[in-house]
Design a protein around this ligand. Structure first.
Ligand code: APR
Length: 243
């Protein structure tokens, strides 16, 4: 009996979008060195000062709309891998930017939400939202004013799609973690679940993450270099054309 091509689960974090011009969180020039996460990324922070929270995400939406912010070679390589790989490829991202979808990834789960969407705390509908959001904005669904919030998972809130991700990890043969410091759970625990499933575990990052010792393989360097090279290697090892 020959083993099939196997399924791949890929986890990405802020490091993959760094070379597209978006800041990471915990690097020296990262977002959490400039703003307190308690103020802008917790339900309590939003309750205390919603205007400040709106300003923070409005700024990040404007950054994402900057014509210079485009998918880089790492985002493109993952989309290409999904097209070429004969088995399942699931991309799970902690990022709220839309660079993976712009690169062409299709099976993609935004476990921490999406910057370009909002949700209404009254009617609970989700709406695409490319522009600014303020205290006076009315919900396009129920017309209530001041009840919209970014469709972003904050600290103390439950990440999205955990059942689907857990299933995929339990059945994967390769798990690749890219550009994440491994500080935030449950994402930081995915490598342990993949190991339990007997998967090959690979870390691609600028430097060893918190959980580096849990990975069987690692390549350290900028995502735009190490990710395309690793995708090529994976395809070649499976006897598939890489370009
Ligand atoms: N290529 C590859 N990796 C990079 C690059 C690069 N060009 N630049 C930075 N990195 C690495 C850093 O070395 C670091 O290990 O990316 C990682 C980014 O880590 P964090 O800033 O902690 O971002 P992330 O792991 O995505 O954060 C997880 O925390 O506050 C939150 O909700 C937010 O989703 C986010 C979560």
């Amino acid at each position: 009996m020959t083993a099939g091509p196997g399924s791949i689960v890929i986890l990405t974090g802020a490091g993959i979008s760094r070379e597209s011009g978006l800041a990471t969180f915990r690097d020296a020039d990262g977002i959490w060195a400039k703003v307190r996460l308690e103020d802008v990324a917790t339900p309590g922070g939003f309750a205390r000062d919603p205007a400040l929270v709106h300003e923070f995400y409005n700024h990040r939406r404007r950054e994402l709309r900057d014509p210079g912010v485009v998918p880089n070679a790492a985002h493109l390589a993952l989309a290409d891998l999904e097209r070429r790989w004969p088995g399942e490829v699931l991309l799970v991202t902690q990022n709220i930017d839309d660079l993976h979808e712009r690169a062409g990834s299709r099976r993609l789960l935004h476990m921490h939400g999406e910057l370009l969407k909002v949700t209404c705390t009254k009617c609970e509908n989700v709406f695409p939202w490319p522009g600014d959001l303020g205290l006076e904005t009315a919900c396009p669904g129920c017309t209530c004013v001041g009840r919209l919030r970014p469709r972003v998972v904050w600290f103390e809130e439950m990440p999205l799609y955990l059942d689907e991700i857990g299933q995929a990890l339990a059945n994967c043969s390769v798990f690749v973690s890219i550009g994440t410091s491994g500080n935030v759970y449950p994402a930081a625990g995915f490598v342990a679940l993949a190991r339990k499933a007997g998967a090959r575990t690979v870390e691609l990052n600028l430097e060893p993450s918190q959980g580096a010792s849990l990975f069987a393989e690692a390549v350290y360097g900028p995502a735009t270099q190490v990710v395309p090279a690793f995708c090529r290697r994976l395809l070649q090892e499976a006897g598939l054309p890489a370009a």
